[in-house]
Structures are given as C-alpha cells and as structure tokens.
Design a protein around this ligand. Structure first.
Ligand code: ATP
Ligand code: MG
Ligand code: FE
Length: 357
C-alpha cells in the first residue's frame, strides 16, 4: 500500500511516504534551532513550528515521491507519546486529510514507529523477531522486547528520570557547550578542534541503577539524574580548587558512563530472554561511541546489532508510514476518528482506536 505518514511528536515535522516496505520520500523540518537558546524543546514553540512546516513538508514529500494525494491508500499519524500540543497539530492534519480524501487513517505509537524504521533500510536483511530494541532520544530511553511489530511489544524498562539525550543536553550546558548537546559532547570528547582526545577512563562517573541492590527491581530501567549531579559536582570541585576543567576528559568519561549502562542493560535483556538480536533507534544513536561499544560488546555476546540509517533513527514520518503499512499488510482495520493526541500513550497500544476492536 502507498501510505503517507505524519510525525509531529516533538521538534521534527516529518512527512514520509512509503510503498509497502519501500521508502519513497522522507521530508523532515526541525525547529531545533528555535529551541537552542532555551537549552531544550519548548512545547509551544514546537507546536507553532509544526503548523508552519506541515504544508510545505507535505508538498515536498509528495513531489519527491512523485505521487499525488489521490494515489494514497492510507494516511498514518503519530498519536503519542510526545508533546500534547505538538501531537495535536499532526493529528488534526491527518484527520483532515483522511476525511477530505476519503482514505483510511491509521493512528500509531511513536515508539513502535521507531522500530518500524528499520524495515525501510533497503541495505539490510529483513528484520527478524523477536528482537530486543533500545530506543534512545531526547525524550525517551526505553528497552523493549518486540515479539511482533504489529501485535506484541513489551516494555522491559525505561528511564526513571532524564532521557539519555536530555542528559547529553544538560551536561553540554554545564560544560558551556551549545544545544543540542549530543554532537557537542562527541566533539569535545574527541578533543575539539585539533586537541587531545579525552580519556573515557579518566573519571569514574556513576552508572545509574547498576548496583546489585538496584538491579533486583530495576534490571532494565535507567537513571541519568545522579550522573548529571556527579558531573556537575566534579566540575564545581575543580573550579573551587582553582584548577582547569579538562573538558575532553569530562566529556569522554561522561559519555562512557551513559554508553556503558545503555549497552550493558540492553545486552542483559538479550541474554535473559535468549534473544540474539538488538535493534538500536532514536537520535542518540548518532553517538559514535555508543555504536562502537554496542557493536563490540554485542559481537562478544553473540548478538547481532541493527542500526538503521540515521535519517530513519531520528524522528521522521516515514517510520510512521512504515508501521501503518505493516498494520495494513497484517489485515488490521483503520483507526476510528475518535482518538486524540495522547502524550503518555503506552507502548502496548501499537495502533490507537482500531475500528475492529
Ligand atoms: P523523541 O524523544 O520524541 O524521539 P527528540 O527530538 O528529543 O524526540 P531525537 O530528535 O531523536 O529526539 O534526538 C535528539 C537527541 O539526540 C538530543 O537530545 C541530542 O542531544 C541527542 N543526540 C544527537 N546526536 C547525538 C550524539 N552524537 N551523541 C549523543 N546524543 C546525541
Ligand atoms: Mg528531535
Ligand atoms: Fe522519537
């Protein structure tokens, strides 16, 4: 089926078009620059930006896919989780399109969409199930067990406080680096412009929820607020002592702490559930050290790692269209029009308001 997907859960306005498992276009407009001076995504600013970006993104996606609205078999949209006001813009647009074109509408879960993104990776073998999936972005840090993309996704654990990307953004801020922090920390850890690369073992920062006493109740959960405090305190002490802060070492050591705990817990899930497959997704996957450590340690553990191309890892409309195409292929009826934006949509709701439920 030819499906158009609309994604507006955070700061990316994404319009994607797929034909079955084939990617035709994936237009992304980001309001990230507008949030930069606030050091994080401002919901009202994001919602307004979606309103402005949607129509041009839609035109561009149709032109690049070389299809017209009349050709579509279905419209898909993210109904949650995400920022309520931002989600509402996409949901409103999707309903209007579906009604005016008289096309079926599929309202889907954003996080499951991140997993569906992998289907569009033309260079990879078909995705196999079950798989463990680790989704790390500015808003989410979730460990999932996916038995069936359209029917059975289980949340194993998630962050109890900050998301991994949020931690990168906050530490960057403490180090006086601009937003978004992820790429900046990467650059600083590499030594910046021509400097000496940082030592990831220079400072042993805490790995959240990794002590034996934490693991009993939070084996697959994450916590990054303690790490943030530890880094801030370490820097303060240095400054108070009148010593220079070794930015490259702090960045490399902080990054190592985040990467270590993410990879350790994801591989623990693979082992516990006897699933030799790990799928990575979300904008933090852009982190080179994370990819490196995940690939190396997974190889040692006999686990295959899948990393979709970055343009499909960050928020986009194509992954939403891809998930809807899978739902259609497995015979699911469209959603009814009685759904809204749900900022806390649980992962078990892969499709929202299916009309045959
Ligand atoms: P959502 O949480 O809804 O998926 P988001 O917009 O917060 O949305 P993404 O756009 O997928 O998430 O990712 C943005 C986040 O990824 C930011 O927090 C950013 O700092 C982080 N990030 C980007 N590049 C890197 C990197 N190289 N290393 C670490 N983090 C990175
Ligand atoms: Mg984003
Ligand atoms: Fe996302």
């Amino acid at each position: 089926p030819l499906v158009l997907g609309i994604e507006t859960s955070c700061d990316e306005t994404g319009i994607g078009i797929v034909r079955g498992r084939t990617l035709l276009s994936n237009t992304i407009a980001s309001s990230m620059d507008e949030h930069a001076r606030y050091g994080g995504v401002v919901p009202e600013v994001a919602a307004r930006a979606h309103l402005e970006a949607l129509e041009p993104a839609l035109r561009q996606a149709l032109a690049e896919a070389d299809v017209s609205l009349a050709d579509l078999d279905a419209v898909a949209v993210t109904s949650g989780p995400g920022l309520a006001g931002a989600l509402m813009v996409g949901v409103g647009a999707a309903k209007a399109l579906a009604v005016s074109l008289d096309k079926p509408l599929y309202a889907v879960n954003h996080l499951v969409g991140h997993i569906a993104a992998d289907i569009l990776d033309a260079d990879a073998e078909p995705l196999e199930f079950p798989t463990v999936a680790l989704l790390v972005s500015g808003g989410h840090t979730s460990l999932l067990l996916v038995r069936d993309l359209t029917g059975d996704v289980e949340l194993l654990g998630e962050t109890m406080d900050d998301a991994a990307g949020e931690a990168f953004d906050k530490i960057a801020r403490i180090l006086g680096l601009p937003y978004p922090g992820g790429p900046e920390i990467d650059r600083a850890a590499a030594g910046g412009d021509g400097g000496v690369p940082g030592d990831p073992d220079a400072i042993r920062f805490p790995r959240g929820l990794s002590r034996a006493s934490d693991l009993a109740a939070h084996r697959y959960d994450f916590s990054f607020s303690g790490l943030k405090t530890a880094v801030a305190r370490w820097i303060e002490q240095r400054e108070a002592a009148g010593e220079e802060v070794p930015i490259a070492d702090v960045a490399a050591s902080f990054r190592e702490a985040v990467v270590d705990v993410l990879v350790t817990k994801a591989l623990a899930a693979c082992k516990d559930y006897d699933v030799p497959r790990l799928l990575l997704g979300g904008g933090v996957i852009a982190n080179r050290r994370l990819r490196e450590v995940a690939l190396a340690r997974a190889a040692d553990a006999g686990v295959t790692v899948r990393i979709p191309p970055l343009s499909l890892c960050t928020d986009n409309g194509a992954m939403i269209a891809a998930l809807a195409a899978e739902l259609i292929a497995s015979g699911r009826a469209p959603s009814t029009m009685e759904f809204g934006a749900d900022s806390t949509l649980p992962i078990t709701e892969i499709q929202v308001a299916p009309s045959d439920a």
